[in-house]
Design a protein. Structure first.
Length: 261
């Protein structure tokens, strides 16, 4: 059976992958708004397809970090306890109201816009926020952050289920506040590892609600893999002082546009 790849979607995946490779920004911050604003996909279809797209790419990242022993699985388990609970609850709510309802579409667009603006803030001010986190909470650790970590997982689960945005930028910042003693590498590795139980169940939930476009998914994956490779190579030469403000401006403009829908 011949699998058709749509060039326009593959090129979109290539461009998003390029930006992800350049600056490490979460693909959902760019992919979901692109699918809604440029190609006119229903917000539920855009979010659901992007969640499965993210789960596939995050599995590769988790494998690499796990092999390097830079994943704290105890923290991942706590985050997953909250995010999986949020996924189940959100799935039931959306199934009750119906994925095609105007109210659900409006809610997704609103939450997506807010999530993009929050991602913009964390992208531009990330280093300052991390410095404040380490300075203000030096005594936080594995024992004192249990329920707060579960709560963060629940919030991320709700946010990502409805918008596919926020897991990377917001999750990393939250972990720096909760576990300032942990190395940056283990924070990033744990956040990436949590993205798998965060995005995969949410993506499967959207599949159950018939919100996945598999032709679109395949085309995006083909383009994004090449884009991430090229982006990682180009990142060696691209100045960070240009990348972050430029990408932050893009996310802010798209976030405002989503709020205006």
């Amino acid at each position: 059976m011949r699998v058709a790849i749509q060039p326009v979607y593959a090129i979109s995946g290539l461009l998003v992958g390029l930006l992800v490779g350049l600056d490490g920004v979460g693909g959902g911050s760019l992919m979901t708004p692109l699918l809604v604003l440029l190609f006119g996909f229903h917000p539920s279809t855009a979010v659901g397809t992007d969640l499965l797209f993210a789960s596939v790419t995050k599995v590769a990242g988790t494998t690499i970090h796990s092999a390097g022993k830079s994943v704290d699985w105890q923290i991942v388990g706590r985050l997953a306890a909250g995010s999986v609970s949020a996924t189940i609850l959100t799935l039931l709510v959306i199934a009750y109201f119906g994925v095609a309802s105007k109210g659900i579409a409006t809610a997704i667009s609103l939450i997506l816009g807010v999530a993009l603006l929050l991602s913009t803030i964390t992208l531009v001010l990330k280093d300052r926020i991390i410095a404040v986190a380490v300075r203000r909470n030096p005594d936080f650790g594995l024992n004192t952050s249990f329920w707060l970590t579960v709560l963060v997982g629940f919030i991320l689960g709700s946010l990502v289920w409805l918008s596919s945005v926020g897991a990377g930028a917001l999750g990393t910042i939250a972990l720096f506040f909760l576990y300032p003693r942990l190395s940056t590498l283990r924070i990033i590795g744990s956040d990436i590892a949590h993205a798998v139980p965060l995005t995969l169940p949410a993506g499967l939930g959207h599949w159950l609600l018939d919100c996945i476009n598999f032709l679109l998914l395949g085309s995006l994956l083909v383009g994004s893999i090449a884009g991430i490779i090229l982006g990682n190579f180009a990142a060696r030469f691209a100045p960070e002082w240009v990348l972050k403000p430029s990408l932050g401006l893009i996310l802010a403009v798209v976030g405002v546009k989503m709020l205006a829908i």
